[in-house]
Design a protein around this ligand. Structure first.
Ligand SMILES: Nc1nc2c(c(=O)[nH]1)N=C([C@H](O)[C@H](O)COP(=O)(O)OP(=O)(O)OP(=O)(O)O)CN2
Length: 134
């Protein structure tokens, strides 16, 4: 079994609904997504996947859709105001926890045809959530 890993740094803001703590307020993170791909065979170049392909398929998606945006739940009551102000947003169906952002990036990697095994989202240098299937 081979594994290839790429780390992708990006900045995002969010706030948590249904949460009693400082994270219920709008705030930001210098986050890091760690994408792990896995497979049993290599191509004729001896690669599971070209690092450049991960960059093109996932890093670019993160830079265009999540970087320097507020990631907010679709039920967040502040959404209409921020939309009216033209703030850059990425709206998701669930609370924008590290767990759900990791899952979002995992699903994007899958949709872009990558053999993703797991995605971890480091929200701070000490705290990380990981999503995988099975
Ligand atoms: N399981 C989860 N727990 C928490 C999440 C989460 O997404 N998943 N998120 C938060 C908050 O968003 C908050 O930003 C992070 O909280 P905290 O770790 O307290 O933040 P600090 O910047 O103070 O972290 P340090 O490691 O102490 O610097 C809370 N919990």
């Amino acid at each position: 079994m081979f594994r290839v890993t790429q780390e992708i740094d990006f900045c995002y803001g969010h706030r948590l609904l249904n949460y009693d703590g400082k994270c219920k307020h709008l705030h930001g993170h210098n986050g890091k997504a760690v994408i792990v791909l896995q497979g049993e065979t290599l191509d004729d170049r001896g690669m599971l996947i070209d690092f450049t392909d991960i960059k093109k398929r996932v890093r670019c998606w993160i830079e265009e859709n999540l970087d320097h945006r507020m990631i907010l739940c679709e039920r967040d009551p502040i959404l209409p105001f921020l939309q009216e102000q033209g703030e850059p947003l990425f709206v998701i169906p669930d609370n924008p926890t590290a767990e759900n952002i990791a899952k979002l990036i995992y699903e994007q990697a899958r949709e872009h045809g990558l053999p993703v095994r797991e995605v971890s989202l480091w929200e701070t240098v000490r705290s990380c959530a990981t999503y995988s299937q099975g």
